[in-house]
Design a protein around this ligand. Structure first.
Ligand code: SAM
Length: 192
C-alpha cells in the first residue's frame, strides 16, 4: 500500500503536496500488518518529509522503544518511503520481481470504478500478482495519480449522504473488504 502525499488535491482542486502525519503512518502500518501486506510506502517528493518517515522508522527500531510496544514495531518495520508513485512501484517491483498493478482509491464515484466483489475475486484468483494499493491524503488523489492506476476501486459508501472518511478509516475498510477473513458476505471467519 502507498500512502500518497503528492499529487493530491487541495480544497480548491489544486494539486499539492500534503505533510506526512505520524498518525497516518502508524495507523496504516498497523492495518498493513493486520492484513498481511508486504509493506507500506509513504510517498512524498519532499526530502525533509521523507526524513520524518526515516525518523519514525528509526525510533521504533531502537530496542528500548521496540521493547515498549513490540507489536507496534512489527507494523512499523513494514514502512518504507519513496519520492513518487513511480518510485514506489520500482520499490515493490524490486522485491516482487515484477512491476505491481497499481490499484487506486477515491471517494468520488466515477465511471469505470471496479466493484468490491470483483476486486476481491481478482486478488484471490491471482495472489502471485503484486499489487500496489494507492490511498491519498488531502482532498484525494489527483487525476494524474488515478490515471496511473490499472484500476480504481469503487468508493466506500456509508448509509448516509456523508462521505468524508479519513485515509486511516478508509484504508482499513478497503483492506478488510479486499483481504479480510470475513469476505464480502460478512459471513464470519471462513471455517473448514
Ligand atoms: N474526498 C476525498 C477523495 O475523493 O478521495 C477524500 C480524501 S481522504 C482524506 C484521503 C483518501 O482516503 C482518499 O484519497 C482515498 O484514498 C481514501 N478515501 C476516503 N474516503 C473514501 C471513500 N469513501 N472510498 C474510497 N476511498 C476513500
Amino acid at each position: 500500500m502507498a500512502l500518497v502525499h503528492h499529487p493530491v488535491l487541495d480544497r480548491d482542486g489544486g494539486i499539492v503536496a500534503t505533510s506526512v502525519t505520524n498518525l497516518d503512518v502508524h495507523d496504516l502500518a498497523r492495518s498493513a500488518r493486520t492484513y498481511g501486506l508486504a509493506g507500506l510506502v509513504v510517498v512524498t517528493p519532499i526530502e525533509a518529509q521523507r526524513r520524518i518517515v526515516e525518523r519514525i522508522i528509526e525510533y521504533w527500531n531502537e530496542p528500548a522503544h521496540a521493547r515498549r510496544i513490540p507489536r507496534r514495531r512489527e507494523a512499523l518495520e513494514l514502512v518504507r518511503h519513496a519520492a513518487s508513485i513511480e518510485e514506489a512501484c520500482a520499490l515493490v517491483g524490486g522485491v516482487a520481481g515484477t512491476a505491481p498493478l497499481v490499484v487506486g482509491t477515491s471517494a468520488r464515484p466515477d465511471a469505470g470504478r471496479t466493484g468490491w466483489p470483483e476486486a476481491r475475486r481478482e486478488i484471490h484468483a491471482h495472489p502471485e500478482t503484486p499489487r500496489l494499493l494507492v490511498v491519498g491524503t488531502g482532498w484525494g488523489l489527483a487525476d494524474e495519480a488515478l490515471a496511473r492506476c490499472a484500476s480504481v476501486l469503487a468508493p466506500i459508501e456509508g448509509s448516509s449522504g456523508y462521505n468524508h472518511l479519513s485515509v486511516r478509516a478508509a484504508a482499513a475498510v478497503i483492506l478488510d473488504r479486499l483481504l479480510g477473513s470475513q469476505g464480502p458476505e460478512g459471513a464470519g471467519p471462513q471455517v473448514g
